[in-house]
Design a protein. Structure first.
Length: 404
């Protein structure tokens, strides 16, 4: 009897089936849309059904209802300013490492894309900032299980990844109390191939560092930047015709399962949930700047203990907020992202060409034209103002200086 894995509309590419297949019969392959999907080699499969039993998409993991919501931020200004929001993920890992705990988070490199790493004092800064690309086949399940078996461990990932890690350590009979799980408030995530193709298209693949929210431009301004040897070689805002950022923020380019996500609700996978805080101050006034602040939901007693410990150590500042302030303004607490109206057009073009860049530009034509019209109108306005301000005599003098 042949075994069928879950559909593309369900599969998060967590890779748990691959990690737990004793016959090594499952591997990731790219489908016609450049999405990583697990595929079974039926010649090796013995129909044990373990992949079906362990799959988080087919066996829903019960989440924890939100207990409390806080606005929170790191008191280390360097961490806070270089993080996407308030620097909470970095601060939690810093706290863990100081106590000899293990920690796992996501790095991003231009040649590999998003990858899970074991965090150390040397690479702690690498897990800061957003990574709008999926880290899939790199989840080090056995290393995480080993760490949890040996002592306290922090795992920071998307809700679907947290669910998978919890299932894995349960299968390995690791002490669950050793795991502190942090899930990230996720709008959806794009396949790895898309960002790798995009970096090649903008001739920035050989950069050293990629920022999806460049700290030098202010993380709240959403600049996508590539740095090489300390120099910025590419930098665009979402509205400045960077098709990857535009496609991401317009919900065009996510994995199919993201539009059907079972984790977009107030039952959270992690002990804590971290995200932006769009609604901060909209329900109840604040007496501080709302910039570079995390929304933190406390979902378990252990999560509260960790947050209190960070506060007692003087590492963070927290302010309890109304729960509705988070839920009302962060849509991912309510429902999955709605696909862009040209999602089908994008996929058809991608299947036809195999090119992310061509397909995204084609599907986002209306948004891109709007940007170019606005840019052109701005240039005309500047030209008109310069004609009114700069006199003919001034122009003649400038021309004379250039010739001289």
């Amino acid at each position: 009897m042949s075994v069928k894995l879950c559909s593309a509309a369900q599969c998060t590419a967590c890779g748990l089936c691959i990690a737990n297949c004793g016959k090594k019969a499952i591997s990731f392959q790219l489908n016609e849309y450049g999405c990583e999907m697990p595929v079974i080699d039926q010649a090796l499969c013995i129909s044990c059904q373990k992949c079906k039993r362990i799959c988080p998409a087919e066996n829903t993991t019960q989440g924890n209802p939100i207990k409390t919501v806080y606005a929170a931020w790191s008191l280390d200004e360097d961490i806070r300013l270089n993080a996407a929001s308030g620097g909470m993920a970095s601060t939690i890992c810093h706290y863990a490492l100081d106590r000899g705990w293990k920690a796992f988070g996501v790095d991003f490199t231009p040649d590999q894309g998003a990858v899970f790493i074991e965090v150390s004092s040397d690479n702690l800064s690498r897990i800061r900032n957003s990574k709008y690309s999926y880290a899939s086949d790199t989840l080090p399940y056995d290393r995480i299980a080993e760490a949890v078996s040996g002592g306290k461990t922090i795992f920071i990932g998307l809700p679907c990844q947290v669910a998978a890690v919890k299932k894995h350590i349960a299968t390995r009979q690791c002490p669950a109390d050793n795991l502190f799980s942090i899930d990230l408030l996720c709008h959806g995530i794009a396949p790895r191939q898309y960002i790798l193709q995009h970096l090649s298209a903008v001739k920035a693949k050989k950069g050293d560092t990629v920022f999806f929210r460049d700290p030098q431009k202010g993380t709240r301004n959403y600049y996508f930047s590539v740095i090489r040897n300390g120099r910025t070689v590419y930098s665009r805002k979402v509205e400045e015709d960077d098709v990857y950022q535009l496609g991401y923020h317009k919900a065009l380019i996510y994995r199919e399962n993201c539009y059907n996500c079972q984790y977009t609700n107030t039952n959270r996978m992690g002990d804590l949930t971290l995200g932006d805080f769009s609604g901060l101050g909209k329900t109840k006034p604040i007496a501080y700047s709302g910039n570079n602040v995390n929304c933190v939901t406390v979902n378990t007693d252990r999560g509260m203990e960790l947050l209190n410990a960070l506060t007692a150590e003087g590492l963070i500042s927290i302010d309890e907020r109304p729960i509705e302030e988070a839920i009302q303004y962060e849509h991912q607490f309510i429902a999955p992202s709605v696909p862009h109206k040209k999602r089908t057009v994008f996929l058809e073009k991608l299947r036809e060409t195999g090119s992310f860049e061509i397909s995204a530009k084609f599907a986002l034509k209306q948004e891109r034209n709007r940007y170019h019209r606005a840019k052109y109108s701005g240039k005309l306005l500047l030209q008109e103002l310069s004609l009114r301000v700069i006199t003919p005599e001034m122009r003649r003098k400038v021309k004379g200086m250039i010739k001289g």
